[in-house]
Write a protein that binds this ligand. Structure first.
Ligand SMILES: Nc1nc2c(ncn2[C@@H]2O[C@H](COP(=O)(O)OP(=O)(O)OP(=O)(O)O)[C@@H](O)[C@H]2O)c(=O)[nH]1
Ligand SMILES: [Mg+2]
Length: 468
């Protein structure tokens, strides 16, 4: 039996937000104005075409006292109360004044269970009692959710009132609930009715499997991004006597653009995997994810520190592998003011994001080919990877009731890369080093990277400075 649950309550208490979260649906209408939802609407939750449960978003109660008065006037015996509620709806189907009551009671009379949503940041009031009594009259399985829209805390008073009418009472933050809290709520539905338990257990299992699958798919995306960055190069044929300075600057710009685009593409893919494609990623200028990839700030926040680079082997590897020498050689070969500026005159290459290998090759047909790339800065892979991990975490934990842009603050004092263990860093560095040198990845290397990144995506770190 497919569990069906109607989300009901007072207007503007987050009913639609709860639906959006549990149905993973961005299209649910949510707004600060009361009366946003005017019709009962069904939201099936499917994974791979398997219907797991159905939710009904409903309008809020408008005239609960009058509704209750009508019901009690008919003073039915307890075993006839549900029928009396049905009679109320049948009688008022065409009555505009009770439109919202009829809409919200419809799915319940059809067999849905009840999820009653209140705002625990506002004081409990007597006016809610009529709503709760009407719901009680339906006799359907009932759970109450204390949502917290504002800063107040009246949870205890609410709990005492709700306990009178509902068999399960939970606190649930509709816009911030992460995956584990959603799963806990679904298990609660299983407790509400014996008949639903097998279906809810199955739903939990299917969603957990799907989540693992999403992590794997994201790991595949991020791995490909890293490989592209480690191997990308751009080139241009120059006339025999042509100046190399300007083309070098141009090619470096093209290389950076290609990497930037690939990063954006990976982010879009990850958002699609988590059904967040429609989230506007208006990356705020001050947001860490919006900081230009090739900026000093990105390097500082996302890159490895000198110490980390040393223990990772990236530093010595880059030197031993000739990456830095070649890059500097390329620069000295091209000795021009432009290149000097490009390197920024900074002694350290940690914090010099633009460092790319460049080569000038004589062509047999005459003229020369200038090749720029791949980017040899030992930090490039780490900046890309740490940004991707952060983005993934925000997307994966983001819930579908959230409608604002993905924004995080640059308040991070510690480097985000510290969340990656030294052992993982070394393993990733070794793989990227080999791939970069060869200019491509073998299948086994790709898979090994995917495994490592998948395990990083699965690790549950706190999101740090998430800006609400
Ligand atoms: N901060 C915060 N805001 C919330 C939360 N839940 C809902 N809101 C906001 O409260 C407002 C109302 O949310 P809705 O989900 O549209 O409420 P509703 O109960 O469906 O409202 P109606 O359809 O008008 O009855 C929206 O602006 C939501 O963004 C929450 O847990 N935290
Ligand atoms: Mg609504």
């Amino acid at each position: 039996m497919t569990p069906r649950i109607a989300i009901v309550g007072h207007p503007n208490k987050g009913k639609s937000s709860v639906v959006a979260t549990l149905a993973e649906d961005d299209s649910v209408a949510i707004s600060p104005l009361p009366g946003t939802t005017t019709q009962a609407r069904r939201f099936p939750m499917r994974v791979d075409d398997e219907l797991l449960y159905e939710l009904f978003d409903t309008p809020g109660f408008q005239r609960p006292r009058e509704t209750l008065a009508w019901l009690t006037e008919h003073h039915p015996a307890a075993h006839e109360r549900a029928q009396t509620v049905a009679a109320f709806v049948a009688t008022h189907q065409q009555d505009e004044r009770f439109h919202d009551e009829c809409e919200l009671l419809g799915p319940v009379l059809d067999g849905a269970g009840i999820l009653y949503v209140v705002d625990g940041s506002k004081p409990y009031g007597h006016e809610y009692e009529a709503e709760m009594q009407v719901l009680q009259w339906t006799g359907r399985p009932r759970m109450a959710l204390i949502n917290l829209i504002g800063d107040g805390d009246y949870v205890d008073a609410w709990r005492r009132a709700l306990d009178q009418f509902f068999s399960i009472v939970r606190v649930f933050d509709a816009t911030r609930a992460d995956f584990s809290r959603r799963i806990a709520l679904l298990r609660g539905f299983g407790e509400l009715s014996e008949a639903w338990r097998p279906a809810m257990d199955r739903a939990v299992e299917a969603l957990t499997t799907e989540r693992k699958h999403r992590q794997r798919q994201s790991a595949v995306e991020i791995t490909d991004l890293l490989i592209v960055v480690a191997t990308s190069r751009v080139s241009k044929v120059l006339a025999p006597e042509a100046d190399v300075d300007a083309p070098h600057t141009e090619l470096t710009g093209r290389l950076h653009d290609r990497v930037r685009r690939r990063e954006t593409q990976a982010r879009n893919a990850v958002q699609t995997i988590y059904q967040h494609a429609s989230v506007t990623r208006e990356e705020h200028a001050a947001s860490l994810l919006g900081v230009d990839l090739f900026s000093e700030q990105a390097w500082r926040v996302f890159g490895l520190s000198r110490g980390q680079l040393a223990t990772t082997g990236a530093l010595s590897g880059a030197i031993a592998g000739g990456g830095v020498d070649v890059a500097l050689g390329g620069a000295s070969m091209l000795l021009g003011a432009g290149i000097g500026a490009l390197l920024g005159g900074v002694g350290a290459f940690v914090g010099t994001p633009s460092l790319a290998r460049s080569k000038l090759v004589g062509l047999p047909i005459g003229g020369r080919e200038l090749i720029v790339g791949p980017i040899r800065d030992p930090n490039i892979g780490w900046v890309i990877l740490t940004r991707a991990l952060l983005h993934h975490r925000l997307v994966a934990e983001r819930n579908h009731a959230r409608r604002e842009a993905l924004i995080i603050e640059d308040g991070a004092e510690t480097r985000l890369s510290e969340q990656i263990s030294a052992a993982d860093r070394r393993a990733i560095d070794r793989l990227l080093g080999v791939i970069g040198k060869r200019g491509g990845a073998e299948v086994s290397e790709r898979e090994a990277l995917e495994d490592l990144i998948e395990s990083l995506l699965g690790a549950r770190n706190e999101p740090g400075n998430v800006h609400e």
